[in-house]
Design a protein around this ligand. Sequence first.
Ligand code: C2E
Ligand code: CA
Ligand code: CA
Ligand code: CA
Length: 277
Amino acid sequence: TDGRGIFRIYSPEMGNKMRRHHYLLEEMRLALVNQSFTLSFQPIVHVEDCSIDYFESLVRWNHPVEGEITPSEFIPIAEDSNLILPLGDWIIHEACRQMAAWYNAGMKKVRISINVSGVQLKHRILHPWIMDILNKTGLPPKSLLLEITESCFIEATKETITQLELLREEGIQIAIDDFGTGFSSLSTLADLPIDVIKIDRLFIEQANEKSKYNKILESISELGNKLSLKLVAEGVESAEQFELVRKLNIQCVQGYLVSRPETSRNVGSKVLKQNLN
Ligand code: C2E
Ligand code: CA
Ligand code: CA
Ligand code: CA
């Protein structure tokens, strides 16, 4: 009790956590109005020749007082409050706008990916929502890829799956993100409307000659290749990990070894020159 005979429901840590939660939520509302969010872009490259397959858009928030706040902290809070809806609308619009500009500048073969949250899957009617943004920004459907986590796929309704199928018919690709952490049965892979499997960073991190993770990686790769899905290994940080991925016939890698997420400006100046055809 707190000395007055009242049971304390919250520990001090929980109190701090809730204060932080409310604080960040209010600050995010402001940040959205003041346009303080930005996007960074990380390349996913082919193992074979290190050419860029696509860029993943990752949201960034530089808070005037707190400095950089990570998406792993603020995205879950935004999802709790449905603030992810206006924030997510801004993210997809901004990513498509940027990619359309790169496309028109000559970067025709590279695609852009956007992380779509489960809340968005639930509250947006995906096909008209995405097609409207593509129309407004002038980005061709084939230049867009949506990343949806394995756990969101498990909870997706039949209607959501139908909407995803409609998007695929337009030429938009779908990736299953953080694969291996969501406990979907492997057989569901064959039924889901997907083009790309992004193998969670955990597996690359844990894989070595002795580890069971290596065996799991092997079977994911075998299955993905049999189903003609493109495989991406996330979180490749070392040359050893890159070599392992190559041996396992995983086609693409993402990770600090190749590049950290970059500002649009850096992407423009570094990449555009090499992709002008
Ligand atoms: P994610 O979708 O799995 O994104 C990949 C994360 O791994 C990014 O972290 C990226 O910077 C990081 N990463 C890339 N290569 C490496 C590596 O070699 N080593 C390590 N340790 N990390 C690497 P980030 O940008 O901090 O984002 C974290 C998570 O926040 C994302 O995980 C995603 O779930 C969420 N997120 C980020 N941006 C967005 C967004 O625009 N919308 C939504 N809904 N979620 C987002
Ligand atoms: Ca992702
Ligand atoms: Ca991921
Ligand atoms: Ca993740």
